[in-house]
Each structure stands twice: as C-alpha cells, then as structure tokens.
Design a protein around this ligand. Sequence first.
Ligand code: FAD
Ligand code: AMP
Length: 479
Amino acid sequence: MANQFDVVVIGAGPAGYVCAIRAAQLGLKTACIEKWTDDKGKTMLGGTCLNVGCIPSKALLDSSHKFVEAQNDFALHGINHSGVEMDVPQMIARKDKIVNTLTTGVGGLFKANKVTLFEGAGKVLANKQVELIKGDGSVEIIDTKNVVIATGSRPVEIPPTPIDNDLIVDSTGALKFQEIPKRLGVIGAGVIGLELGSVWGRLGSEVIVLEAMDRFLSAADEQIAKESLKIFKKQGMDIRMSARVTSSEIKNGEVHVTYADADGNDNVVVFDKLVVAVGRRPYTESLLSPDSGVNMDERGFIFVDEHCVTDVPGVYAIGDVVRGPMLAHKGSEEGIMVADIIAGHVGHMNYELIPSVIYTHPEIAWVGKTEQELKAEGVDYKMGSFPFAASGRALAANEKEGMVKVISDKKSDRILGIHVVGPSAAELVQQGVIAMEFAASTEDLALTIFAHPTLSEALHEAVLAVDGQAIHIANRKRR
Ligand code: FAD
Ligand code: AMP
C-alpha cells in the first residue's frame, strides 16, 4: 500500500519527535501526529518541554538569575551601577522567541529527515490502526506497521484550588505573568514549584511554598535535601513543610488559601497569584478506542514492558505517558530505543542512570542511588563529600554554597551514586553519569586528571574523600 507507514508516532514532544527522527534516520517510513496549536491555530511541535516546560522555565530562570546578580553581586566585584530594573514583558518576549526558534527547528528537522507531519489528534484503533482527527473534524485512517504513543502529560489539578488562569494558575500560567506578583503562593515543593517559585522570588515576589509532605525533596539524597533547604531558607525562601492546602477562596482580587499544618491547625495565607505545581499526570484523553488492546496501569500510565512495548505487539509507548521519571531526556532515550527496536536493531536503555536536576540556584542534581536507598537495600557502601567552600574556582566565582557527595560500593568500589547541590551541579553530575555508565570505581575517577581551577575538581575531591584521600579538606575518619 503506497500510503502505509512503518512507524506512526503520536505526539511531537521530546519523546515523540526524537523517536520519529531516529526512525526516519534508520530508513523507516515515518509519520508524526501532533495536535497542539497556538492561539492562531498554528501547529506547535516540541510538546511540553519546548513550549511550556524545560526550555521556557530555564529561559526565565536565566533572566531572573542575571537580575539577582546585577542587583546583589555586581557591587561585590567592584562593578558599581544604579537603577537596575526588570522589564517583565521583555523577559517574557525573549522566552517566547527562544521557544519559537526551537519549536520551528523541530519542524525543520522533520523536513530534513523526511518525517511526515500530520496535524490533528491521533487515536489508536484495533489492529494497530491509527485514526487522525483533523482540526476541521474530518477523519482519516493512517495505515502503519508500528505505532508509538508519546502523548505526554498534563498538570494535576486539585479540588481545593481550581485553576482560573488568572489568579490561580498552573505551571503554564506561571511562565507568562506580565508583571511581578507582590505575594506569590506556590503549592508543591517539587521540581516545578521550586523552579517557578525561584523565578518570581528573584524578581521580588514574596514567595511562600506550601508542601504537604514533611520531608523536603524526598526523592533526593537526604543529606543533600537538608543542605538545599538550609540554603534556600538562608536566601529567604519561605518553604512550609507539612502544609496541606485544603481550600481557597477568591476575595477582592486576592487568593485566600487555607492549609492544615503538622498540628492539624488551619492557617490562611493571602496571595496575589497562586501557582499550583502538585505534579503531572499521564495524558491519554481520547487516545485509545475501547478495542485498541492497549491497557493502562492503576495510575493511568500506559502499561509497557522494559522495552516500552504495550499489551499490543507493534504498539509502543514512551515518555511521560509511561512509568518512570517524567523527564525529557528519559522520554527521548526511550524514543531512540523504540526506533532502534522497530528497525531491527538492539534497543536498550539504562533506567538505573537517569540524571535528575533541579535548576534552582544553586542547582541540585543527582544520579544513581541515595544513601537512604542503599541503607534500605542493605548495601554496604562508603561515602565521600567535598564542600564548594573549599573549591578555589567556586570561591573565585562567589559560589561557595553546597557540596558534592559520592557513594560507592564498600567492597568493589564501584560508584553507586553522585549527589550535588551547588554551582553547575547538573554538569558535574553528568560527568558522573558518564563514569557510571562505564562502571567506574572511585579509584578510576581518583586517577583521572581534572583541570585546575574548575568546579569539576570538587567531584575529584569528593571521589578522593571516599577513601579519606581528599587533599583540600581535613578528611573524615574512613567508614
Ligand atoms: P510532552 O512533552 O508532554 O509531549 C506530548 C505531545 O503529545 C504534546 O505535544 C501533545 O500535544 C501531544 N499529544 C497528546 N495527545 C495527542 C494526540 N491524541 N494526538 C496528537 N498529539 C497528541 N524535564 C526535564 O527533563 N528537564 C527540565 O528542566 C524540565 N523542566 C520542566 C519544567 C516545567 C515547567 C514542566 C511543566 C516540565 C518540565 N520538564 C522537564 C518535564 C518535561 O517537560 C517532560 O518530561 C517532557 O516534555 C515529556 O515529554 P513527552 O514527549 O513524553 O511529552
Ligand atoms: P512533584 O510531583 O515533584 O512536581 O511535586 C508536587 C508536590 O506537591 C508533591 O511534593 C506533593 O506532596 C505536593 N502536594 C500535592 N498536593 C498538595 C496539597 N494539597 N498541598 C500541598 N502540597 C501538595
């Protein structure tokens, strides 16, 4: 059949578009369906990540960080100036321009790789058939040998704080405020809440973050999480743990939020804007016909095996819509694995080594096992850490907060986890990911030459500290 595809990918986020490009590179006849349109009806590629996620949030984090530097840090370097002002519409316009460049770029990559783009919503029917529902309501069946579902996720909404896209917004709304809210509430001290709270807090909002759990960043290494919370509190961020939001009310253009604290007492806080950042859920609305054969797990994620195969052979699912961390790089790698498998190659992904990053200042990043996980698993480990306060490069850059922590197997010395809070934490942890992918021991890294002066030396010293051999700190007793 002339119009039969080898692969049809539903969703052009970082999971779907990467999968489509790799499939086409491998010589497969590939199409991608995307339904996201802007307010003028133009199809937008790149999914959550490029449009309302990773990229726009980082653009605003960079702008707001520069503002803080100009306001607080320049004088320290002897750069005297006055009258630093924030032009919020310009900051937002810069962010929108970056988003536009990148989303348009995905379209260019599709053309260059001969990926056919179908504009509209995709639906998986029985026997691996895909239905395309176009914007005008017309319907077309696309014949394909393989289907890849990459429909991503949506923000979770909670009944106490219904989104009105004016005073109460989700993460998407918090990326387009046109002025700095005087009092900003953030529900959820997860990655997204902390990043968006940082953006507006740096620009002058009084930010209060309300978090239901009693432990800050429970997925992170406990020591790093505690250190991070200490740093954020010192910076003036008001993070209230054990604060479960139970209701809200809009009165005279303000949001009155009620939360229950650890003692069960009700507290009310009043905000000019409220950001609800309580997590994301898999997005599968109108995606599966009842006879598609594709099933979901109890939390609504499409059920897949370790190679992202659903209950229907030839139908795969990748990215935020399946189990595992909701991270762009996780979805992209799954996309590559699936394309490789469809093309008849060996497809593999190491789920043990997916790095996590929180782009606050300082950044928090980690890969591998935390100390509390290893304790729970009964693994005998050793640990070394190094504070940035002892790093020459960090001091030169006035970035002395935080630390690098390395954990390795006590017997084999193989590195099991790397945890960083501090300057360029994401880049430092990435070095660790490479080392761990090659099953490095701390000795391997200890014998590696690190350029001086670099922040990376803190990783080197932490690795040396595992066996009590760090040079620039008084070493703790060996474990
Ligand atoms: P998505 O990016 O959600 O893309 C899915 C696509 O499928 C969308 O374009 C959607 O329109 C389309 N679609 C859905 N249903 C259909 C259908 N039936 N037919 C056709 N198309 C359909 N991750 C990181 O790794 N690093 C970060 O720094 C980071 N920062 C973030 C900041 C914010 C504010 C947010 C909200 C998220 C952030 N994330 C970050 C998470 C990241 O954005 C997601 O993990 C990633 O986008 C998931 O990719 P995906 O391709 O699975 O899904
Ligand atoms: P994440 O899933 O990492 O984006 O984090 C979302 C956070 O929101 C989690 O830590 C939740 O505990 C928190 N959360 C969810 N519901 C509420 C609520 N009603 N009040 C306060 N925090 C909440």
